[in-house]
Design a binder for this molecule. Sequence first.
Ligand code: ATP
Ligand code: MG
Length: 419
Amino acid sequence: MRRSQLFVKTQKNAPADEVAKNAQLLIKAGFVYKVMAGVYAYTPLGIRVVENIKQIVREEMNAIAGKELIMTALQRPETWKGTGRWSDDVVDVWFKTSLKDGKEVGLAWSHEEAIIEMMKQHIASYKDLPQYVYQFQTKFRNELRSKSGIMRGREFIMKDMYSCSINSDDHEAFYQSSIEAYKKVFERLGLGDDTFVTFADGGAFTKFSHEFQTICDAGEDVIYVNREKGIAVNEEVLNDTTLEQLGVTRGELEMVKTAEVGNIFNFGTQKSEEMDFSFTDAEGRKQFVHLGSYGIGVTRVMGVIAEKMSDDKGLVWHSNIAPYTVYLATIGDISEQVDKLYSELTGQGIEVLYDDRDARPGDKFADADLMGIPYRIVLSERTMTDNSVEVKSRTEDKTQLVALKDISHYIAEKISESN
Ligand code: ATP
Ligand code: MG
C-alpha cells in the first residue's frame, strides 16, 4: 500500500479525554478513531490488525472442528425470556430499542441464547451431535465505565464459540481441547508467556469456569499465580477450599494485574433445559444437550497488545499481526528505483507500506516507529551505490545494509526466526 493512497494520517496528540494508553497510541498511529467513550472505529490500518488476530483465532477454532457462522446484532426478547436474561435486572448491559411498530428489540451483548435457538432447528438426534459453532461478531454492552480504551468497548468484537455435546464426557473432552486451542492462539499472538489459564467463578452449573488472563497493568482484574506450578486463580474464587483443591498455599501465590482476554464456560444441561434444547438418543429417549461457551475478546486482545508491546516511540507489532511487515521509505529523489523495489517485495508476498509521500525522512521514520511496523527499509542514493538497502527492525536501534537482491530472503528469514 502506498501512503499517498492511504487517507490515514498519524496524529501528534490523542483526544484530551482519552486516558487509556492503548487507545492513545492506536489513535496517534492512525489505527482507530474515537467516536465516543467505549466506541471506536477501525481504519484500514486498524482493520488489518483485527483481521490478523481473527485469522489466528479462526485457524485454531477450525483445527478443533469449529464451524464458522454469523448471528445477528438485533435480538428478539423471546429468545432471551426463557432463561430470564431479557430482564435488565439480570443483565445490566443491554442496549434496547424498538421497531416502528413498537416491538422491543435488543442489541446482542452475547449470543448464547440466540445460537441455541438456531441450533434447535438443526439438532434432533444423537446423530446430529456433536456440533461446534463460532462467529466473530460485534457485541454491544452498555458498560457503566469505559475508560480502558478498546480494552472495554461499548461495542467490540468477540469470537464466541458454542459446543453442543451428547454427554458430559464428550463435553469435557472438547472443553480440554478448547483450552489447548486457546493456548495456541495466545502463543501465536505473542502473549503466551504472560497468559494464564485461570480458575474463575463457574456460575450455576459448575464450580469453576476458566478465564484466560494476560498480565497487563491496564487490566481490570486481579489474579493470583504460581508460575512454577502453572496455577492461576481469580481473586473472586480465592478461598481455602479452592487452594486445597488446587494444591497450593496462599504464600506460594503472587498477585498480578491482568486483563481477561478469554473465558470458557461449561453450562452442563442447565441452559438446554431452560430452552428445551434436546435430542433423541440411540434408545429413543429425550436427552438434553450439554453446552459450553468459549469467548475471546478480539479487540480487547488488540488493546492488550498495544499496551504491552509499545515503547516511547509507539506501537511494536509482532510480525504475526502487524498490518504490514515492511515500512519502505526513501531518502532523495529516486522514486523509479523505489517503485521497482516496492513491486519486487510485494510480488514476493511481503506486505509493504510504502511511504511515497513528499515528506522529510525523519517524519517517515517517526511514522514507521509510531505505527509499529516490524521492519523499516530505506533506499537512498548512498545505499544504491552499494546496490543495497538499509534495514532496521522495530525492536532494535542498529541498522544493517542488506544487498538489494537478498532483501526478500532476509525479511522472510527474520520473520521465521521471530515465530
Ligand atoms: P469483563 O469481566 O471484563 O467485563 P466478561 O466476563 O463480562 O468481561 P465475557 O462475557 O466472558 O466477558 O466475554 C468474553 C470475552 O469478551 C472476555 O473474556 C473479554 O476478553 C471480552 N470482553 C468482554 N467485555 C468486553 C468489552 N466491554 N470490551 C472488549 N472486550 C470485552
Ligand atoms: Mg468473562
